[in-house]
Design a protein around this ligand. Structure first.
Ligand SMILES: [Ca+2]
Ligand SMILES: [Ca+2]
Length: 380
């Protein structure tokens, strides 16, 4: 059974859309002892292959009107240099280019379990991870001829982190991700786990569709990738992290990340192995918490690896909304959206996802234990 699960992770997860967004190409090393691996992770309209034909989340309707600005902060608009800040930058962070964004409201923290529960109670919404995948939809995201996974794999499930006992190849994410039946936002580690006492923790196992549905209910929307990075920088244009340039593992803990050797040794210097309550670390210059670490956050934009190379304009571009379609050379048949900010699983040996310029991607219907979101709103 274990063997089947590991094999199926490659089929269902990597295909079905669970594609974690972790890529395996070795990048430039920070130090000779710690090779960096490029993490490839996510980014909507018609003809989207879906695991669930019954899923009908419209993403093209008019902008919503926010019901309340409680828990949000106004981010003034401005112009900045978007993209690569240091030698850790991946190819898709180049070229660094000038963009401007209008002002917007942003949630000061990741959406919490308590907030998501209010949404579910009000609407009866069922997340993607809680629904059985539909093979006829799923196979559209896979290379032609991909065999159908076993029936015990095509179940309501999500990807849960499992810590290997020893060092494993960093190009094989099936070594630390488990496609677990019964894992969802109410059961973050799978059956037997729950969210009691974790009302203020970020909700996880949220697909892009789930996040969009929540935003619509709240009268909000997902941030564009350009808005997200502008906000994460917190007024520190050209810095590597939301807090400045001090390396993540120096000084006091500045975010919930992974300390030690990923994925088998975590010294938990920051006190949290899994997610942390939101606002456990200092806010950035705009009053935003956990823009680095804790959980990855969905953006509205499609992901294309070559997007920045097509957007450079003399004088900069205003309010970019992302490419018109998605393309990830590692998984050309899947539609992906951008995710940002890194998670409790990030460190410099693997993805350095907490860098403000770091781009990741994930398939729209993916749920994962380290993936959540926050909302923005217009109309000051
Ligand atoms: Ca941690
Ligand atoms: Ca975060």
């Amino acid at each position: 059974m274990k063997r089947i699960k590991v094999l199926s992770l490659g089929i269902v997860a990597a295909i079905a859309a669970t594609s974690l967004a972790f890529v395996e190409k070795p990048a430039k090393p920070i130090t000779p002892a710690r090779p960096i691996v490029k993490k490839v992770a996510i980014c909507c309209e018609s003809n989207i292959p879906k695991r669930f034909p019954s899923l009908t989340v419209s993403v093209t309707s008019a902008l919503p009107t926010v019901k309340s600005h409680s828990g949000m902060v106004w981010i003034s608009g401005g112009s900045y240099a978007m993209g690569a800040d240091n030698k850790q930058a991946a190819d898709d962070e180049y070229p660094k280019h000038r963009v401007s964004v209008k002002g917007f409201w942003m949630d000061v923290s990741e959406v919490t379990n308590a907030q998501f529960e209010n949404f579910v109670k009000a609407t009866g919404y069922v997340t993607i991870a809680q629904r059985k995948p539909d093979w006829n939809e799923l196979k559209k995201q896979l290379p032609p001829g991909t065999p159908k996974p076993a029936d015990d794999v095509l179940v309501a499930a999500s990807l849960v982190f499992k810590q290997p006992k020893g060092a494993v190849p960093l190009n094989d994410y099936s070594q630390w991700w488990d496609w677990k039946k019964g894992a969802d936002w109410k059961h973050p580690h799978g059956p037997g786990s729950d969210i009691k006492g974790k009302e203020n923790f970020p909700v996880v196992h949220i697909s892009w569709f789930d996040a969009v549905a929540y935003c619509k209910w709240a009268g909000k929307r997902l941030p564009t990738e350009a808005e997200w990075e502008w906000a994460a920088r917190g007024g520190r244009d050209g810095n590597v992290y939301p807090w400045g340039n001090e390396p993540v593992d120096e000084g006091k803990a500045k975010a919930n990340t992974w300390q030690g050797d990923f994925p088998n040794i975590n010294t938990v210097k920051d006190k949290f192995f899994y997610t942390a309550p939101t606002r456990s670390f200092a806010a950035n210059g705009y009053g935003l918490y956990d823009m680095a670490g804790n959980v990855w956050e969905w953006c509205a934009d499609y992901y294309r690896n070559d997007y920045y190379k097509t957007t450079t304009r003399v004088g900069g571009i205003a309010d970019p909304k992302g490419p018109a379609d998605s393309y990830d050379p590692a998984e050309p048949y899947t539609k992906k959206r951008v995710i940002r900010g890194g998670s409790f699983l990030c460190n410099d040996s693997y993805c350095s996802g907490y860098r403000v310029a770091r781009r990741m991607k994930s398939t729209e219907d993916s749920g994962m234990e380290h993936l959540g979101f926050r909302c923005v709103a217009d109309n000051k």
